[in-house]
Ligand binder design. Sequence first.
Ligand SMILES: *Cc1c(COP(=O)(O)O)cnc(C)c1O
Length: 239
Amino acid sequence: MNDNLPPHAPGNHAPGNIAPDPCAGLAAIHAQIASAALDAGRDPAEITLIAVSKTHPAAAVQRLLHCGQQTFGENRVQEAAQKFHPLQPAWPDLRLHLIGPLQTNKLREAVALFHRIDSLDRPRLADALEQAAQSTGKLPRLLIQVNIGNEPQKSGVTRAEADLFIRQCRQRFGANLAGLMCIPPQGQDPTPYFRDLAAMAHHHGLATISMGMSSDFISAIKMGATEIRVGSALFGHRN
Ligand SMILES: *Cc1c(COP(=O)(O)O)cnc(C)c1O
């Protein structure tokens, strides 16, 4: 890195970086978000970009922070803690989301670290969250993960369980239950799955709809996503 240049200056990149200018990469994603939103008659400002930094180092996160990106997603508690604890004091507006499965034995650490848990996917985890909230007074905001394709290998409540689980979580967690999240089946047109998740959220009056990743966020925005989770399109490929 050339210390004399701001991180977004042209030419200020280590050789071999996949995304040599992270600010230009970020701007390109924002342009795609804006154009998809406008196509769908939506206000681009309704859509939050979550930068998914799993497997990428703290330095890559820092580069994006310097470009103005403030919301990040990680799928492992330990990895997120190591990467983000050192960054948090200097970046008070940084928001961190857990987007991967949460084991109940990691719950306290997760509640302390993450601003939102986007992967509430089973009644046992809801029980544990409620207990932790009662004993610590802390409850993060939550999204319920719906297994929208009813795939056996995927986490999330099945479509059949979703209605009841959403109503129960609403009762327990009130406004802390912010919305729904899904990962549609791979190798299929995601559009009908996105449409169904949005309909489910609207039916329950839940404002936040987290869907769409690097390969399909345009379609997700057209179907009503209020948050998209983008990793490789921002940070390059994961090993
Ligand atoms: C890794 C991951 C993403 C980002 O995936 P990309 O294809 O790299 O954009 C989004 N959501 C979840 C839940 C993930 O685990």
